[in-house]
Write a protein that binds this ligand. Structure first.
Ligand SMILES: Nc1ncnc2c1ncn2[C@@H]1O[C@H](COP(=O)(O)OP(=O)(O)O)[C@@H](O)[C@H]1O
Ligand SMILES: [Mg+2]
Length: 317
C-alpha cells in the first residue's frame, strides 16, 4: 500500500451523472428513466441509474489510477465469502475519450447507510444489540476466510502480520513528519504518532495467529440498512487484504459506530487480543493519517478523537 498523495481526476456530481447515463446506455439495452447522485468520498462517486422497468444499478466512478481493478476484484472476492449481502459487480469500464473516468456498475441495494438511520441510532438497546450481532456475524464470516500468508488479497506474501504492517506504519509516520515540517499537518498529531510508534513492540507484543480476509473499511457509512432498520448489506471495501482481523475493527469506533458497541459485541462473540484497545487506538490514528496523506483531506471530527484516544492509551503504556 503506497503512502503518498494520490493524483485523482476531477469529476463533478453533474459530470458523474452524465457519464453514468452514457455507460448505462452503452452496457444495457434499456431506457434510462432517472439518474441520482448517491454520494462519495475522496476518490469515489456513486450514481444510481433507474431504468424504465424500475430496476436500478449503481455506477461508481473511481478517480484514481489502479483503483478499478483493486476495488472490483476485492468486492467480488468478499461477496463470495461474506454471509451478509454485498453488491455484485455487473460490468467494468476503463476510461476513454467518451467517459474519461474509470467506473464499474454494481447491483443497487435498497436502503441507506446506517449512519443516516436516526431511528436506529435512538432505538432500544435490544434493537441496537440485535443489529450489532448481525453486523459482527457478517464481518466474522469474512474473517473465517484465511490465508497461509498476510498481505495483498490476490498475492499475500508476508510470513507474519508484523512483517506486513510494521513497515507500512513506519512509512505513514515518516510521511507525516515530512508533512508536519511543511506545516501541512499539526505537530501534535505527529508527536502522538511518534510516541505510539515508540511503544510499537509493546502494543503488538502478541503475535497475530491468522491471516484473515478483511473488508478494510467497514464503518457505519458502508453498512446499509433497510426501511425496517435491519441490516441489508456491506458495501465499499477498501484496502482489503489478509490481515490481523482486528485491523478490521477500528472503524467500528469511528462516527456513530460506538453507539452500537460493535467492537465490544465482536470481542464478546469471537474474542480479541490482550492489547485490543491499544491496537484500536494505533490502527485508527495511523489509518486516518494514511487517508489524509493519500487524499489531502483532513476530517477534523474523525482525527481529533483518534489523537485524544491514542494519548489516553499512551498514559498506561
Ligand atoms: N450498491 C449500492 N447500492 C446502493 N447505494 C450505494 C451502493 N454503493 C454505494 N451506494 C451509496 O453511495 C454512497 C457512496 O458510495 P461508496 O461506494 O461508499 O463510495 P466511497 O468509496 O466514495 O465511499 C454510499 O454511502 C451509499 O449511500
Ligand atoms: Mg463509502
Amino acid at each position: 500500500m503506497q503512502v503518498e498523495k494520490i493524483i485523482s481526476i476531477e469529476l463533478t456530481k453533474e459530470q458523474a451523472q452524465e457519464y453514468a447515463v452514457k455507460v448505462a446506455k452503452e452496457n444495457t439495452d434499456k431506457t434510462v428513466k432517472l439518474v441520482k447522485y448517491m454520494g462519495g468520498g475522496s476518490f469515489g462517486k456513486a450514481v444510481k441509474v433507474t431504468f424504465e422497468d424500475k430496476k436500478s444499478i449503481v455506477v461508481k466512478f473511481l478517480r484514481a489510477e489502479g483503483m478499478l481493478e483493486k476495488e472490483t476484484g476485492d468486492l467480488t472476492l468478499l461477496r463470495e465469502n461474506c454471509s451478509v449481502k454485498m453488491p455484485a459487480v455487473l460490468f467494468v469500464r476503463h476510461k476513454d475519450e467518451r467517459v474519461p473516468v474509470d467506473c464499474y456498475a454494481m447491483e443497487y441495494i435498497e436502503g441507506k447507510p446506517m449512519i443516516y438511520d436516526f431511528a436506529l441510532y435512538f432505538a432500544s438497546k435490544k434493537k441496537r444489540r440485535a443489529i450489532a450481532e448481525k453486523i459482527t456475524e457478517g464481518l466474522h464470516s469474512l474473517h473465517e476466510c484465511k490465508s497461509a500468508k498476510f498481505g495483498d488479497i490476490h498475492n499475500p506474501d508476508c510470513g507474519s502480520w508484523r512483517e506486513f504492517y510494521k513497515p507500512f506504519a513506519e512509512q505513514i509516520l515518516v510521511k507525516a513528519k515530512e508533512l508536519a515540517d511543511k506545516g501541512e499537518i499539526k505537530k501534535d498529531i505527529v508527536d502522538t504518532m511518534q510516541r505510539a510508534w515508540e511503544k510499537f513492540d509493546i502494543i503488538f507484543e502478541e503475535e497475530v495467529k491468522d491471516a484473515c480476509l478483511i473488508h478494510g473499511d467497514l464503518n457505519v457509512i458502508n453498512i446499509m440498512v433497510d426501511k425496517s432498520h435491519n441490516l441489508k448489506a456491506f458495501i465499499d471495501p477498501l484496502n482489503s487484504c489478509y490481515a490481523d482481523r482486528e485491523y478490521d475493527l477500528f472503524q467500528f469506533y469511528n462516527l456513530t459506530g460506538k453507539r452500537f458497541s460493535l467492537g465490544e459485541v465482536y470481542a464478546e462473540k469471537y474474542g480479541v487480543s490482550k492489547r485490543f484497545y491499544d491496537k484500536m487506538a494505533f490502527y485508527g490514528l495511523f489509518n486516518e493519517v494514511y487517508c489524509y496523506i493519500k487524499s489531502g483531506v483532513l476530517v477534523g471530527f474523525i482525527m481529533r478523537p483518534l489523537v485524544k484516544n491514542m494519548n489516553k492509551r499512551l498514559k498506561d503504556l
